[in-house]
Structure formats: structure tokens, C-alpha cells
Design a binder for this molecule. Structure first.
Ligand code: SF4
Ligand code: SF4
Length: 160
């Protein structure tokens, strides 16, 4: 799952994940023989299927894999290292998933649903003097939590 790592490497969606590089990179791992990838267009499906004859990364794909590795991206690996670090015991990995839904997939309804289910308030970090979380991916979790929980201001029926 999450082969496309959120679809984009940045909040502004200026750096899309190289789809063929991502599929090849995952399937080159001999422990992996299946990927579950979401598609919204037939072009995306064709693009991913096109790699099946040759999983060798070309130079451009290698470059994009290295770039993706050098950036925090939008995808939380769910390592859960942050859970014991947060002073308010916030479900940080779940909130990061909502962040990825929002900025990576533009699935605002899903993000809103998740944030609501987590019973969060807008900016739950606001009474915290300093953030004690050191994210394994290098996310500034305080900033991301503040940003994505703004979605709770929007009524659900406005998004659907
Ligand atoms: S700033 Fe937010 S994420 Fe960081 S420790 Fe405080 S409550 Fe937790
Ligand atoms: S430490 Fe970072 S990557 Fe790991 S679960 Fe927490 S937010 Fe996600």
C-alpha cells in the first residue's frame, strides 16, 4: 500500500511522485510481489502497467527516487515513534494521514471524516509551549497539525 507515497512530495503539489519510478522501486524488492495502488484515471492505470515488462529504473527515475528520499514528503510511515513523545498524547500518525489525504490526494471529505472521528479540536497543539516530537520522517508535526485541523472549521456538508 501507499506505493505513490501520497502522490506529491510537497504541500503545494509542485513535486509529483514519479509513478513509474515508485512502482518499479517497490516491485524490485524481492519481498514484494503485489502493490495496491489507487487510480483516478485510465492514463494513470496505463502508466503504472507500462512498467511491468521492465522493472529496471532509468536514469530519470533513479534521480527522482533519490529526490524523494531526500525530502520529508507527505507520507507518514506509521512508525509510531511520535506517539510516546507527544505531551498531549495526540494521535499524530492519524493526523498525518489526514494531512496526506488533504494535500496529497485532495480527498478533503476523507480527511474531514478522519479528523472528526479522532475527536480533535482545531489546533490541539495551541497550549503546548514547545513541541517535543522528533518525527522519524522529519515532519514538523506541530505545524502540520495546526494546518490540517483548520479543516474542522468547515462543515462536513460543505465538503461533500
Ligand atoms: S506541539 Fe502538538 S504534537 Fe508537539 S508535543 Fe505539543 S501537543 Fe504534541
Ligand atoms: S514519527 Fe513521523 S513518520 Fe513516524 S508515525 Fe510519527 S509522524 Fe509518522
Amino acid at each position: 500500500m501507499k506505493t505513490m507515497a501520497g502522490g506529491f512530495l510537497d504541500r503545494e503539489r509542485q513535486k509529483p511522485v514519479n509513478a513509474t519510478a515508485a512502482v518499479k522501486w517497490a516491485l524490485q524488492n524481492t519481498h514484494i510481489h503485489t502493490i495496491i495502488s489507487g487510480f483516478t484515471t485510465f492514463d494513470q492505470l496505463d502508466e503504472s502497467l507500462s512498467v511491468m515488462n521492465d522493472l529496471e529504473l532509468n536514469e530519470n527515475e533513479k534521480k527522482d527516487i533519490i529526490l524523494a528520499q531526500s525530502l520529508p514528503g507527505l507520507y507518514c510511515t506509521g512508525c509510531e515513534n511520535c506517539l510516546s513523545q507527544c505531551k498531549k498524547n495526540l494521535p499524530v500518525p492519524d493526523i498525518m494521514r489526514a494531512y496526506m489525504y488533504t494535500y496529497g490526494y485532495r480527498e478533503l471529505e476523507k480527511a474531514h471524516e478522519l479528523l472528526t472521528a479522532l475527536d480533535l479540536t482545531k489546533n490541539p497543539c495551541k497550549e503546548c509551549n514547545s513541541c517535543s516530537v522528533v518525527c522519524a520522517k522529519g515532519f514538523n508535526v506541530e505545524e502540520k497539525i495546526k494546518d490540517v485541523t483548520r479543516l474542522l472549521d468547515v462543515p462536513a456538508d460543505f465538503i461533500t
